[in-house]
Ligand binder design. Structure first.
Ligand SMILES: [Zn+2]
Length: 379
């Protein structure tokens, strides 16, 4: 099932009650984050919608959940056998719910699914995803990412896509600036990477283009001077970026981001943004002999020219500078060195850690030492 296109409507969280009444679950499992569950205003509405029904909860889902987090949630799921799952939170909460509701009916041990030894299969109860951040677009994708043996690993299957989505920008009004910044950068990067991905289609490209435009126009305001308009725009940008990468997948900046999160503790969106500008410049120099996109280097150059046009710049190096300034203007460190990746051996390790699956969709191949050289050149 392709992900449905939900629209960001203030107040739409109130429709939870109607949906619950229609689905009429006998047992509901709710996944929620920490403080954000109450702060967003979602807790009140969800509790009212489920009043009088059997409910179990998994609270305080951590950022970047591990295989152990999945295992614990699978145990609870199997003892409760819910016929509705609700996930309220950021990408980590929604990712965990997506995986658990698909894996738990199949097996008690989630590990083979997380390592890719065993494929996910369709099945599991319906899932309602209610994002409280405007970032990952996880509610619209077949992907979920977990930390397995110290490394972040993506899993993907269409059965992971939630059947029901409520996008209410009001749930993001209470987000702290740094969370708005990092999650918003994820939406922006996903959109840009999707535009140049080797797997882009006309439909993913249109969603990604709109997401990039909205994120560039609204992220700074949403972080530094948030208003309903910028919050709603970022909510839409995040969702469209999720829809786009569901088709196209992400590329090199995401491939490099996993190590920055697990080893240096850099939040996902911030981690992705650290190499987005350098990869933009790298990809813009694509040649016939290193082009990974079967549509050829002219196709890639056209997509990148379009990215630059949306950014309002003329050259890839100007685009790189604009991205670096944007990260700094959001109150985040724009350099790898500033985040602790400050010597040649750490940079070699970063290059070696890059996720091969995510590198494969980058439109320009990293031949020889080009990935090491790219990272060496990042401030
Ligand atoms: Zn991402």
């Amino acid at each position: 099932m392709p992900p449905m296109k939900a629209s960001c409507t203030p107040g739409s969280i109130e429709t939870t009650a109607q949906l619950v009444a229609r689905l009429d679950p006998s047992s509901t499992l709710v996944f929620a984050g920490g403080r954000s569950y109450e702060a967003s205003g979602a807790a009140d509405v969800i509790e009212r919608a489920l009043h009088g029904r059997h409910v179990s909860m998994i609270r305080g889902v951590p950022a970047d959940p591990t295989a152990d987090d999945v295992r614990r949630a699978v145990e609870l799921f199997r003892s409760d056998a819910p016929d509705l799952v609700i996930a309220v939170g950021g990408g980590s909460v929604i990712d965990l719910a997506k995986a658990v509701r698909s894996i738990a009916p199949l097996a008690a041990d989630p590990t083979p699914f997380l390592t890719g030894e065993r494929p996910i299969e369709a099945g599991g109860p319906p899932l309602l995803a209610v994002p409280t951040t405007a970032g990952t677009g996880s509610e619209a994708t077949r992907y979920a990412v977990f930390t397995v043996n110290g490394e972040k690993r993506p899993i993907g299957h269409p059965a992971l896509i939630p059947e029901h989505v409520i996008l209410d920008p009001e749930l993001t009004y209470s987000l702290p600036p740094l969370v708005t910044a990092s999650t918003g950068l994820d939406a922006l990067a996903q959109a840009m990477e999707s535009m140049w991905s080797t797997r882009s289609t006309d439909s993913s490209y249109a969603d990604a283009r709109e997401a990039l435009r909205l994120a560039l126009d609204n992220l700074e305001t949403a972080v530094n001077l948030p208003d309903p308009r910028s919050r709603t725009a970022m909510c839409t940008a995040a969702h469209l970026s999720g829809r786009a990468i569901d088709i196209s997948a992400t590329t090199a900046p995401h491939a490099l981001s996993f190590h920055l999160t697990t080893r240096y503790g850099v939040p996902h969106g911030h981690a992705v943004a650290l190499t987005l500008g350098p990869v933009l410049e790298f990809n813009a120099a694509v040649r016939p002999d290193d082009c990974a996109d079967p549509r050829g280097p002219d196709h890639v150059r056209e997509a990148i020219a379009d990215v630059l046009k949306i950014m309002g710049v003329r050259t890839p190096s100007e685009g790189r500078a604009v991205l670096s300034q944007l990260v700094a203007s959001l109150g985040l460190e724009p350099t790898l060195s500033g985040m602790g990746v400050d010597d040649a051996s750490k940079r070699h390790m970063l290059a070696a850690s890059a996720s091969p699956i995510r590198l494969a969709t980058n439109p320009r191949r990293f031949a020889g030492t080009s990935l090491v050289d790219l990272i060496a050149d990042v401030p």
